[in-house]
Design a binder for this molecule. Structure first.
Ligand code: MN
Length: 727
């Protein structure tokens, strides 16, 4: 255990202004409070906070952080209170200790609490003061170093998993590569001891065979640089087992193929020399393509700067080389802590060189860019989700891609049904905006509002989808009822009859309808014709010859069972290969947009044009943008199930690039014909020495058919590129 005076000396060695008195008092206070509590290892409990303080001193942190390290478990594990700590060590320390305590409490609950909650609170704690996170990381580091003392394997595993998934990425995010590496290696040892052992064994074997390659390569690299007139420090190391293991997994390569078993670091005096060193090394050794990265001109978001490259080294081994200055090195190892400025009340981040730190704090603080934060911390476990807040701070977890409408339905279906607008982080934004992590979402509602069918195009949650569909069904039924009524009235009047409730009720059973309303709606939906109903009510009436199907015979089918489907198909065939789209008001004219050529199987949407009926577009059609301001014109449509796989009456449009050589056009048409497609139009849009770009219209059955043809074309040697044409 680090003794009191040792700790003070260590802190004073880098911070002459450290508050010696406070450090001493904190040491004694912690020692007394923890009394004779013991660790799982059997050591006195206080050895843990002291080690944590030691780690923080290695990071060269300020007095408040060191004191927080000493006291970090007192509120949780002893009778100490926040007030008492505030009285003795000031509000600043009390706030930090309190922050760490809150994080530790989460840890205890995290088996039952959602991981998301954990992450959110963590991020919030961090954004209030990053020192809370630094102390927490030091705490976790020491706990991981002593993990083997914990008896319960399930508990060890949970701690290791949490370290791997949450703390190591967080350490990386704030630039503390050294802490991240150690956390990962310790967690790896717990989570996959066999994997680690096999990497270690392999490393041992290669080491014996290679007779200590690292020092030899070091010498060679120094020589190469010196010959070029550059004095540099070169240090090599074998990569740690976990980092090798991860590369083997992600790149699916064997140990021997792996480039980065050895990594070398070249330290020079200034940035110019970094590039000089790079030039010398690239001039001398064969460069491995794709490995060069310039993080000096474009630093990583966490402030990391360095040149990276991979070469075939002096002894014929693939090696990784990092080139950087002393200052860059210090920052790479210590990250956010490297920029600590010892000032009362926390870090001063005004200086321009701390812009990255300010932006980090901003990212953590202001939510909109929290997505970026997640990206760089590689928290894959959360990648398929976004976490947003209500104005009151309640957390709502949604799938990635969720919109304010999903959010509204997640809050309450009433809110979803009546939402008219959304404020995201205080700004009015469209309801189809995709939410990002940390967004605060305020839903504006209006009693007059009802769900719009267009919403279904962009919502992602089942709850929202179901609610919108339910509403559309209800509204559709109303429309079918109205339409059915007017169709019946018209037909009956033409023959001099009157539609009566009694008359309909007497025949509804013939049509297998439970109520007269069902019967009327079925007429409206085009499942039954009004004439059929009339002849049922007045059997004496002669069934007239159907001429054109009449206004009430519509190409729409909402058929559910096979019999109805067959009937619908017959009807469709009778109507001359009419298009079957569901979701339309019967009788509406339908045509397909020329811009996107929708095919059965595509996701589609209808746009109402006055006097022209409905135009069907694919949902990703760029033309739809121009209708974004008039949502009332959008209608929700889909392909009727009977229309899929129907005979080839649809036109798909392909953009094809063909080699400009004899026979290639005939190959193209042969392939299409062989797959039962019919070319209805062909246009060359671009002709160069080597290639034709052309647009081909092909008659197909559905989108699958077109996809088959596309695949076959792609497999044809003379054809370079094939894609579905858009506009
Ligand atoms: Mn602790």
């Amino acid at each position: 255990m680090i003794r009191q005076f040792e700790l003070v000396e260590r802190v004073q060695s880098y911070d002459p202004d450290a508050d010696e008195d406070m450090l001493n008092r904190a040491y004694v206070y912690g020692l007394k409070k923890h009394g004779n509590q013991l660790r799982a290892s059997g050591d006195p409990y206080f050895s843990h906070p002291v080690e944590v303080a030691g780690i923080l001193a290695e990071m060269k942190l300020d007095t408040a952080s060191i004191v927080t390290g000493l006291l970090h478990d007192t509120i949780e594990d002893t009778d100490a209170t926040r007030d008492e700590i505030a009285g003795l060590f000031g509000e600043n320390v009390a706030r930090l200790v309190d922050g760490v305590t809150k994080l530790s409490r989460l840890e205890v609950q995290s088996e039952s609490t959602k991981e998301a909650e954990n992450l959110r609170k963590l991020v919030l704690a961090m954004s209030s003061d990053i020192r809370v996170l630094l102390v927490k990381l030091a705490d976790r580091l020491h706990n991981m170093r002593t993990l083997h003392h914990i008896k319960d394997p399930a508990r060890r595993r949970r701690i290791a998993l949490e370290t791997m998934d949450l703390y190591a990425p967080l350490a990386s995010r704030i630039g503390m590569e050294k802490v991240k590496r150690e956390l990962e290696e310790l967690a790896f040892a717990e989570l996959n001891p066999d994997g680690r052992a096999s990497v270690l064994a392999r490393q041992d074997y290669l080491r014996e065979r290679g007779e200590r390659l690292v020092p030899q390569i070091e010498v060679e690299l120094v020589k190469t640089l010196k010959e070029g007139g550059l004095k540099a420090q070169v240090s090599g190391r074998e990569k740690m087992p976990y980092s090798i293991w991860r590369k083997m997994q992600s790149k699916n390569v064997s140990f021997e193929q792996l480039a980065d078993i050895m990594a070398f670091r070249v330290i020079v005096t200034d940035v110019t020399q970094c590039y000089q060193a790079l030039g010398l090394l690239h001039g001398r050794y064969q460069v491995i393509p794709g490995r060069f990265k310039d993080y000096i001109s474009v630093p990583k978001p966490n402030g990391y700067r360095s040149l990276h490259t991979g070469v075939i080294g002096p002894l014929g081994q693939r090696i990784e080389i990092q080139i950087r200055t002393e200052e860059m090195q210090d920052q790479a190892e210590r990250g956010v802590a490297a920029h600590w400025i010892y000032k009362q009340g926390g870090p001063s981040t005004d200086a321009p060189q701390y812009a990255w730190l300010r932006s980090l704090i901003e990212i953590l603080d202001k939510a909109p860019n929290a997505e970026e934060f997640l990206e760089h911390t590689k928290l894959e476990m959360f990648h398929d989700q976004v976490f947003c807040f209500t104005p009151k701070g309640k957390l709502i977890a949604l799938p990635k891609g969720a919109t304010p409408i999903d959010f509204a339905y997640a809050v309450h279906s009433q809110v979803g049904d009546t939402c008219v607008g959304s404020k995201i982080n205080g700004r009015m934004l469209p309801l189809r905006t995709q939410l990002t992590n940390g967004d605060q979402v305020e839903i504006i509602t209006s009693k007059a509002q009802t769900p719009s069918p267009t919403w279904e195009r962009f919502v992602v949650t089942g709850k929202a989808k179901a609610a919108i569909r339910r509403f559309i069904r209800t509204r559709q039924r109303e429309q079918y009822l109205q339409l059915g009524k007017s169709l019946l009235d018209k037909t009956f009047h033409e023959e001099g009859y009157e539609v009566t409730e009694k008359g309909l009720d007497g025949v509804r059973a013939n049509f297998k309808q439970a109520t007269t309303d069902d019967l009327i709606a079925a007429v409206g939906a085009g499942l039954i014709t009004s004439r059929e109903v009339m002849t049922a009510v007045y059997p004496g009436l002669k069934q007239p010859q159907r001429k054109d199907g009449g206004a009430d015979v519509v190409p729409i089918s909402r058929a559910r069972n096979k019999a109805a489907a067959d009937a619908a198909k017959a009807k469709k065939d009778a109507a001359g290969g009419q298009i079957a789209i569901r979701g339309l008001i019967p009788g509406m004219a339908v045509h397909f947009a020329r811009c996107c050529h929708p095919l059965p199987g595509d996701r589609i949407v209808g746009i109402i044009t006055t006097g022209k009926g409905v135009t069907i577009h694919t949902i990703d059609c760029a033309t739809l943008e121009s209708f974004s301001e008039s949502p009332e014109r959008w209608i929700d449509v889909g392909w009727d199930s009977v229309s899929e796989g129907a005979p080839g009456i649809y036109t798909g449009r392909l953009k094809v690039t063909v080699a400009n050589q004899p026979g290639s056009l005939s190959k193209l048409s042969t392939v299409i014909a062989r797959h039962e497609g019919n070319i209805s139009n062909l246009r060359i849009v671009n002709r160069s020495m080597d290639f034709f770009d052309m647009v081909i219209d092909v008659e197909v059955n559905d989108v699958k058919h077109l996809a088959n043809i596309t695949a076959a074309l792609r497999a044809t040697p003379a054809i370079n590129a094939v894609e579905r044409a858009r506009n």
